[in-house]
Design a protein around this ligand. Sequence first.
Ligand SMILES: [Zn+2]
Length: 333
Amino acid sequence: MRSVALVVALALTQSPAATPVPPVPRVIADGTYLIPGAMLPDRGPDGNTVVFMAPAGLVVVDTGRHLWHSDAILAFAAARRQPIGAIVNTHWHLDHSSGNQRLKAAHPDARVYTTNAVDRALAPGGFIARSLASARAQAPDPKAPPTRGEETALFLRTMETPQALRPEVAIAATGAQRLAGRALSVHVADDAVTDADLWIYDEATRVAVIGDLVTLPAPFFETACPARWQAALDAVWATPFTLVVPGHGAPMTREAFDTYRRAFAAFRSCVGSDRAPAACAAGWTTGVEALLASDGDRKQATGYAAYYVEFLRTNGGASPDCRVKQPAPARLR
Ligand SMILES: [Zn+2]
C-alpha cells in the first residue's frame, strides 16, 4: 500500500492537466453542423459529432468521449433552444458514444439509435469487458502523465452506466428513417469497423456521415473485419455524396474519399501478400499522401500501418474480435 506521504507528494507534483477548450461547431451544409473531435497528447481521441437540425429538435450523430466534447454538444443545443430528439452512434467505440449518458440526462426524450453490436462488446469476454477488466487491474503508475489517470477514471465512470451505450431503437438493416422528424437514409455495414456499424446519407444536402469507416492517419483495425469494411467504403462511394464526414479528421470531397478508398484496398491486398510490413506501411502513406498535412502525420501514418500489418497477419487478416473469416482481397472496381 502506498504511504500517505507518497500520496501527498504525488498530489503536489502532479497537478491535474488543464481542461482542453470545447470544440467549436461549424456549419458544413444547410442545417448541418460539425462539432470536430480531436486527438490530444496522452489522451484517448474524441470522434467527430455531426448535428442535423430536424423538425422535432436535433439529430446528434456520435457523442464523443470527453466531457468538454459533450459540453460543446449540450451548449449547441442550449444556444439554439432545441431539444436533442435523436442520438445516433455510428459504432460503439467509446470515443463516439461515451457522451450518450450526459446527453440523455439533459435531454431525456432523446432516443438512441444504433446497432446491437455493443452487446457482444459488453458481454463477458467482449472487447469492452476485457478493457474494463484490465483497467480495474491496472496499478497506478506514478511516472505516468496525469492525463492517463484521468482517462482511466473517465472510462470507469462511463462503464457505471453501460446501458447508455445500448440502442433504444436497434437498427438492423439499411433503410429510410425519420429521426426527430427528419428523413435520413441510415445504412448498416455488418462486420466492418465493428460487428455492425451505421452510416448516414442525407439526400437533401448530399452529406454522408460515416464514422470510423474513414480515419486518418490510418484505419483503426482493433475490432475490424477489413473485407466488409472495404465493401462498406464501396457502398458509400456508390451514393452521390458531395461531402463525407469521417469519424476523425476534416470533412472530405469525393476525390479525397476515393483516394482513401483506393489506399485502403491496396493496403488490404498488401497485408494479404508476403510483402514486408515496412513496404505495406510505406505504400499506405504514399497512397494517402494527399490527405496528410505534415511530416508528423506521415510518420504516424507509417507507424500505425506497420503495426496493423503485423496485427492483421497474426490474426488471419482481421481483428481477433471479427466474427467472419476474411476472403482474399478482390480487385477494386
Ligand atoms: Zn473513433
